[in-house]
Design a protein around this ligand. Structure first.
Ligand code: SAM
Length: 310
C-alpha cells in the first residue's frame, strides 16, 4: 500500500528508517542502463546515497542513531497528507478552479484526440515502463489526465497507482483507462491535487511518472522537488515531455508566437519550456535523457524522455 502518514512530522525516526530499509526499489529496479537505446543525450551520475549503504550493514543501533542525522536530508519532512487541508489550499492557490465546461471540454478533447499521438509515442513509453514492470509496487503519476499510461501496467495487478490531477473531469476517463488495463479498482486512486503539493508522505513511492505535464504545471522546480520528496531513495522518475525547439529555428519562432494561445486553449500548457534542463538540474543522482521528434506532435516537438533516479 502507499504509505500515507497522518502528519509527516509525527513519524518517529525509526518509522522513517523502515520506509528506507524496507524499500526493495534499490535492489529490484535496474541500475544503469535505464534505457536500452539509442541516442542518450544527457547522463548524470552522482555518488550513491549514504543511507542506502547504512541499510545493508545490519547494525540496527548504529543505523537508528545515524538515521536521525542522515534521514532528514534524504527524506525531509513533507508538509502534506491526504488528511490535511494543506494540499487543497495549495491546489486552489497554484491552480485556481476553471469553469466546469472548460475542464470537461479539455478532458474530453484529450481523451478523444490523442490516439494517434499515443500510438506513436508507445515505442518510447514501452521502453520506459519496462523499468517498472513487476518491480515498482507504489507509483505516483503527476497530471494523470485521462490515464493513457495505465495500459503499461496491464498484467501487473500488484501495483498501486496514485494519480494526481487538478482537473476533476479527468477522473472518469482515468478510471475507465484503469479498468481497461485490467487493474483492480482498489489499485487506482485519483486525487484532486497539483504536482507542486502532492498529498503523499516523504519516501513513499517506488516511482513517479509524468508525461506531458511539466509543460502545464505552474512551477516546474517545485513540482520536481515534490517528485524527489515522495520517491524512495533509488526510486525512479519516468518522464516524457515536449520542450522548446532550438533557438533561431522557424519552429522555435512559431512556438514563441503561439505560446500564449496554447496556454489559453490547453489549460496552461507552455510550448517553450526547457524541461530537460530543469530535470537535469533538479538534483537526481542519475539522469538518462533522450530526444525524439514525433510526426503526430507538430509544434509539441521535440520531445524528451527518460529516467531519473533519486
Ligand atoms: C497535456 S495533459 C497530459 C495528461 C497525461 N499525463 C497524458 O500524458 O496524456 C496535462 C495534464 O496536466 C494536468 N495539470 C495541469 N496543471 C497541473 C499541476 N499543477 N499539477 C499536476 N497536473 C497538472 C492537467 O489537468 C492535464 O491533465
Amino acid at each position: 500500500m502507499i504509505r500515507l502518514h497522518p502528519s509527516p512530522t509525527l513519524v518517529p525516526p525509526a518509522a522513517h528508517l523502515n520506509t528506507v530499509c524496507n524499500s526493495d526499489v534499490n535492489s529490484s529496479l535496474p541500475s544503469v542502463p535505464l534505457l536500452n537505446n539509442v541516442s542518450t543525450l544527457t547522463k548524470i551520475h552522482k555518488q550513491p546515497l549514504l543511507a542506502v549503504k547504512f541499510c545493508s550493514c545490519g547494525r540496527r543501533h548504529f543505523i537508528e542513531s545515524a538515521a536521525a542525522t542522515v534521514l532528514p536530508i534524504l527524506c525531509p519532512s513533507g508538509a502534506f497528507s491526504l488528511d490535511s487541508n494543506n494540499y487543497q489550499d495549495m491546489l486552489k492557490r497554484i491552480r485556481p478552479p476553471r469553469p466546469d465546461w472548460y475542464e470537461e471540454l479539455y478532458a474530453s478533447v484529450l481523451n478523444s484526440f490523442t490516439k494517434s499521438y499515443e500510438a506513436e509515442v508507445a515505442v518510447y513509453k514501452s521502453q520506459l515502463f519496462a523499468n517498472l514492470r513487476g518491480k515498482a509496487k507504489e507509483v505516483l503519476e503527476i497530471g494523470i489526465g485521462t490515464g493513457p499510461n495505465l495500459e503499461y501496467y496491464t498484467g501487473d495487478t500488484d501495483v498501486q497507482i496514485f494519480g494526481v490531477d487538478p482537473n476533476k473531469k479527468m477522473e472518469k476517463y482515468a478510471r475507465a483507462a484503469a479498468v481497461a488495463a485490467g487493474l483492480p479498482v482498489e489499485n487506482f486512486k485519483f486525487v484532486h491535487a497539483v504536482a507542486e503539493a502532492v498529498p503523499l508522505s516523504d519516501c513513499s513511492v517506488d516511482a513517479v511518472v509524468g508525461t506531458l505535464v511539466l509543460c502545464s504545471v505552474k512551477d516546474v522546480e517545485m513540482a520536481l522537488k515534490e517528485v524527489k520528496r515522495v520517491l524512495k531513495p533509488g526510486g525512479l522518475f519516468l518522464f516524457v515531455e515536449h520542450v522548446a525547439a532550438k533557438d533561431g529555428t522557424i519552429h522555435k519562432f512559431l512556438q514563441s508566437i503561439l505560446d500564449p494561445l496554447q496556454q489559453t486553449l490547453a489549460d496552461g500548457c507552455h510550448l517553450t519550456r526547457e524541461t530537460g534542463k530543469d530535470i537535469s538540474a533538479a538534483g537526481f543522482s542519475d539522469v538518462e535523457l533522450s530526444m525524439a521528434f514525433l510526426s503526430n506532435a507538430s509544434l509539441l516537438n521535440p520531445h524528451i524522455y527518460g529516467v531519473a533516479r533519486k
